[in-house]
Design a protein around this ligand. Structure first.
Ligand SMILES: NC(=O)c1ccc[n+]([C@@H]2O[C@H](COP(=O)([O-])OP(=O)(O)OC[C@H]3O[C@@H](n4cnc5c(N)ncnc54)[C@H](O)[C@@H]3O)[C@@H](O)[C@H]2O)c1
Length: 391
């Protein structure tokens, strides 16, 4: 049964055809099968059945607010293989078929970055809400057009910055933005592994969106990146950078350093968020203690009243305190991505990681690429940030 939805977006009510379908669900109680209350569902299509698309398929199927109708891939056999035989989801190689389906209100796109602009533009033009994989597009210019179009049409444009939806990063955001670690002073991130050499993007555009989006997500509103420098290398002659080091200077004097690498035989995913009161260590590969809050740091001592000799000795003092390991729920981040996408559509609001946040990450990536091309020059971000603020 189709249900015609009216969603308020940006102050104006916008009517969508067939946003929801309702599906009867059943549960078992004491041996009897009972029907749940009918739940409205948003018709969804996933586009791209390569490495990442199947994860969108699996998590969409596990999201009660969504009803996956299509899996679309240029390679029809691949789409069919992902779905298997026992499925009600249809496979197609025709994107037009998906966009023509009035029962599809939203699409989730997991195709290579170079195709995002074209596929997202077509989806918005067909009146569909869009969840698109990182990076949002291949350039800030393309992102500006998509953001403006989505706003004009009152449609949700969300970027899958998956890590922002992990329980660990959500907790880090709460602590950092709540002032728990004091003033942020440094961020040190390592994301290295033996990675697939991507055919279309270098390691900066493949892996750094994760760390840059985490940084963007956790920083307090009054702290913003002001400059970036990147050094990259291609020691195996792959034709694109396979490892990179990024430095990101912040408006409050803090410095972040990010290391991304496809060539490391050992896998490390650790980020340290250093503050004036506490330091958080996030080790994503340690489920027993993904986060540790260290009540340790360096205090600078007011020295105005001291004699010069005393001043030299008393400049800093080290604080050694306890370490706390917070209990975190184990919830797959992509399930939260899907729930956020569905809720943003249902309530007519911007998603937590919307097009504008995706655009901020692109501005950093573009500046990082420019820096790397020029051998690591420090690039000011003021112009990029100002452009983002104008949207
Ligand atoms: N969020 C994450 O953690 C995460 C992880 C991996 C990849 N990704 C992102 O997912 C996207 C896809 O990456 P991947 O590794 O799955 O790529 P992939 O090359 O493995 O798969 C891409 C698929 O898209 C299909 N495709 C290409 N153009 C199409 C079109 N016009 N219409 C329909 N299908 C089309 C291809 O046939 C292929 O099957 C990228 O943007 C990547 O950055 C995100």
């Amino acid at each position: 049964m189709f249900w015609r939805g009216v969603i308020s977006a940006g102050g104006s009510a916008r009517k969508y055809a067939d946003v929801y379908t309702t599906t009867k669900r059943y549960y078992r109680r004491g041996g009897a099968i009972k029907a749940c209350k009918e739940m409205p569902q948003i018709g969804l299509a996933v586009v791209g059945a390569g490495y990442w698309g199947p994860n969108l398929v699996r998590t969409a199927l596990a999201t009660p607010a969504l009803r996956l109708k299509w899996l679309c891939d240029l390679d029809l056999e691949r789409a069919r293989a992902v779905l298997g035989l026992q499925t009600t989801v249809q496979a197609t190689s025709s994107y037009d078929t998906v966009l023509d389906d009035r029962g599809v209100a939203a699409v989730a796109i997991a195709t290579p970055a170079a195709t995002h602009f074209e596929l997202v533009s077509a989806a918005l033009a067909a009146g569909k809400h869009v969840l698109v994989e990182k990076p949002l597009t291949a350039s800030t210019g393309e992102a500006d057009k998509l953001i403006a179009r989505a706003q004009e049409l009152g449609l949700v444009l969300m970027c899958d910055h998956t890590y922002c939806y992990t329980p660990a990063v959500r907790r880090v955001r709460k602590i950092v933005r709540g002032g728990g670690i004091g003033d942020i002073q440094f961020v040190d991130s390592v994301r290295i592994n033996l990675g697939l050499i991507q055919p279309d993007v270098d390691v900066l555009w493949d892996l750094a969106p994760h760390d840059l989006s985490i940084l963007d997500f956790v920083l307090p509103d009054h702290v913003a990146p002001i400059a970036i420098a990147a050094h990259t290398a291609d020691p195996i002659g792959a034709g694109r950078a396979c490892l990179g080091y990024l430095s990101v200077w912040m408006s409050n004097g803090a410095l972040a350093h990010l290391h991304v690498n496809w060539l490391s035989p050992t896998k490390i995913r650790t980020t340290v968020f250093g503050g004036s009161k506490q330091t958080i260590v996030w080790d994503d590969l340690n489920p027993a203690a993904r986060l540790a809050l260290h009540d340790r740091g360096v205090d600078s001592v007011p020295t105005e009243s001291l004699a010069p000799e005393e001043r030299r000795q008393a400049l800093i003092s080290y604080r050694i305190g306890d370490t706390l390991v917070p209990a975190l729920p184990e919830r797959e981040a992509l399930l939260s991505v899907m729930a956020e996408f569905a809720d943003a559509i249902a309530s007519g609001r911007q998603a937590l990681t919307d097009g504008i946040s995706g655009r901020r990450i692109l501005a950093l990536l573009e500046a990082a690429s420019r820096s790397a091309e020029s051998g690591g020059t420090r690039i000011s971000l003021e112009s990029a940030t100002a452009a983002a603020a104008m949207i």
